[in-house]
Design a protein around this ligand. Structure first.
Ligand SMILES: C[S@@+](CC[C@H](N)C(=O)[O-])C[C@H]1O[C@@H](n2cnc3c(N)ncnc32)[C@H](O)[C@@H]1O
Length: 260
């Protein structure tokens, strides 16, 4: 579906003038066709637009595909970012503890997905920091980008989203241009998940992380590269990476590689 998906933008029913203008502007910025909702069902909008999927842009960003509408949200990412903003330390978040992010850091998230980890990273690095998120699925990049742009946490607005393959993007990136690069590729085994994560699994790029991409990331990083995997860590093993110590029964495992 993904490479040839025809995506269009519309709004919820009865949009205000401000919502309509913002949705149109998003469509223009992304070079996507805009189709007014005009009191029609999303299936009717998609049919008349000749689209397989719709970004439904209102106060929230929803994705309509295969007959179902799913609102973007960052899942636990929102709560994790909020806890940080309320002064909780990074040691309570295994991702942050493993990535050792500091205020002011520049972070490259090579597998943005729905942007939960990027949101937490943006909260951790603060207003003086920078987070760039790369997502190879254009559909996910557009959905997450619009969702983050509408998220009330100011950290979300600091995330720059690009629809790009991390291997090609890293190849063109200057040496030592980010403090930390993180990868959270699609896990090979299915886990129970909420609907938006099921959708991510369905439309996300399932290619395994390559050692070549990890090597490029080590050149682009100033401190190092973090690779996340689901327990028991099959992908880390495939890449020859040793997981860091984690608490007993942890569902996520992390490997750290120093920058080259
Ligand atoms: C497990 S999800 C990441 C979830 C993310 N950490 C979050 O917090 O929402 C992996 C994502 O990486 C994307 N991806 C896979 N290979 C990629 C590549 N070569 N370049 C960029 N993105 C890629 C997939 O499309 C998917 O959306």
């Amino acid at each position: 579906m993904e490479s040839c998906v025809r995506l269009a933008v519309t709004t919820p029913l009865d949009p205000s003038a401000a919502i309509l203008a913002r949705a149109r502007a998003s469509a223009d910025r992304r070079a996507l066709p805009f189709h007014p909702r005009s009191n029609r069902s999303l299936a009717q909008v998609a049919a008349s637009a000749g689209a397989d999927a719709l970004l439904v842009l209102g106060a929230h960003a929803a994705l309509w595909t295969d007959g179902a509408e799913q609102r973007w949200h960052a899942g636990m990412g929102s709560l994790r970012a909020k806890r940080l903003a309320q002064g909780e330390t990074t040691t309570s978040d295994s991702f942050l503890q493993s990535a050792r992010l500091r205020p002011g850091d520049a972070v490259l998230d090579g597998t943005l997905g729905l942007g939960a980890d990027a949101l937490v990273a943006a909260a951790a690095v603060g207003p003086g920091g920078r987070v760039v998120g790369l997502e190879s699925s254009p559909l996910l990049a557009a959905w997450a980008g619009e969702g983050l742009a509408r998220h009330p946490d100011p950290a979300a607005a600091r995330i720059e989203v690009f629809a790009a393959d991390h291997a090609a993007w890293l190849d063109a990136a200057p040496d030592r241009s980010f403090d930390v690069v993180v990868f959270d590729p699609m896990f090979r085994h299915a886990r129970a998940a909420e609907p938006s994560f099921d959708l991510l699994r369905r439309i996300g790029d399932a290619r395994p992380l390559s050692l070549a991409a990890v090597d490029r990331a080590r050149r682009v990083a100033r401190r190092g590269v973090l690779v996340k995997d689901g327990a028991p860590g099959w992908d880390l093993a495939r890449l020859g990476l040793a997981p860091m110590d984690s608490r007993r029964g942890a569902q996520r495992l992390y490997a750290w590689l120093d920058a080259t």
